[in-house]
Design a protein around this ligand. Sequence first.
Ligand code: GAP
Length: 443
Amino acid sequence: MDKLVSLCKRRGFIFQSSEIYGGLNGCWDYGPLGVELLNNIKQAWWQAMTYREDIEGIDASILMHPKVWEASGHVENFTDPMVDCKECKARFRADQIEEMLCGSPAYKGRKASRCAEEGKFTEARQFNLMFKTFIGPVENSGAVVYLRPETAQGIYVNFLNVVSASRQKIPFGIAQIGKAFRNEINTKNFLFRTREFEQMEMQFFVKPGTDEKWFEYWRSERLQWFLNLWMVKEKLRFQRHEGKHLAHYAKDAYDIEFGFPFGFGEIEGIHNRTDYDLSRHQKYSGKNLTYFDEESKERYTPYIIETSAGASRSLMAFLVNAYVEEEAPTAEGKMEARTVLRLHPSLAPIKAAFFPLVNRDGMPEIARKIEQDIRPKFKVFYDDSGAVGRRYRRQDEAGTPFCFTIDSQTLQDQTVTVRDRDSMRQERISVDKILSYLQGQFR
Ligand code: GAP
């Protein structure tokens, strides 16, 4: 993890939020490469989930009517148990003490569970994770609103709007990508548990009785999505929620977990939420949220199968999955260490880099011309500094799948070398084929 965190900062994937002021706990900023990677992950998800006939997309507001969160159960149930250390004043999530270290510099490296055994902690009390703010200039209880802790509720409250605007028939889904906020008691493990993050959620509305079939369908689709983007099969597993771990709204739930360096952790949840959400919103809003099924001539409250992925957590998983350190031959045939991000080409922040072999004989001009022709279509990079081997290494670290080098042969026959990031194999292609070559790779 330390190596990955350092690469993320050095190469401009992830920065600490407000770093020049000492940082803000649980918040991170995406740098030039990070924002491209994040956008590519979101685009891959959006394409897989909404470029199909039975799913519509929406983008709901972050601030919603406060009654939404009463109806959803968040005001009452979205809490974590919190304890304070009476000695060092550190604050812990009571159900995660086993994983935490004591907050006192005097006991550096000591497990918090030892402090618990020694009776240093207060009684656990419930802490609501929703961030509160106020609508309008007066900060009173009548003006309280919450920053949404999940995007799902924006979909439920728009169920009727989408049905009538899109004329979709059950079974169908509504998808959304957006920010969510949770005032986590303890943030940890880089992007894994943060206070501000992004979710990619899809709610699939089905006829009661068909819910278990659709639950299985979405479980397998969502696992396949990660595999299609080159996640290693052995690093993914399902974890079923049982007993007290099953959320208040769920009949069945599985997490897709990824094997991080600190252990397996959830990256996506697939939940059978039954008719809980629409029934609750019907009760609290007084609006009829039932659905008339033309085919079976029945009226019912749809069941919901939810797929809920974290965009930021997935990004971290994709980075861990792609990070490789290996020995690779140099141009002179010696072996040297290289760090490479083997990202799926569609996720790679930069798709291609262009290098003149040397800065003379017209090579930079040709390289610049090619780069400028390709730039409107793909995110590309031009580099003419240092030995070409160094330039390859820099692109390997950024995950760039293809590097094109303009050399003396280019001057004679209008061909360039294209070097593949993973195999490091090179082939010559004609300059006028570069665009179609790249288009073929990213179809
Ligand atoms: N609508 C259901 C829901 O929000 P969840 O399991 O609480 O379910 C879904 O969250 C996903 O959101 C998680 O699998 C994770 O990827 C991401 N997520 C949740 N809390 C997070 C946090 N504090 N920081 C980063 N990602 C988080």
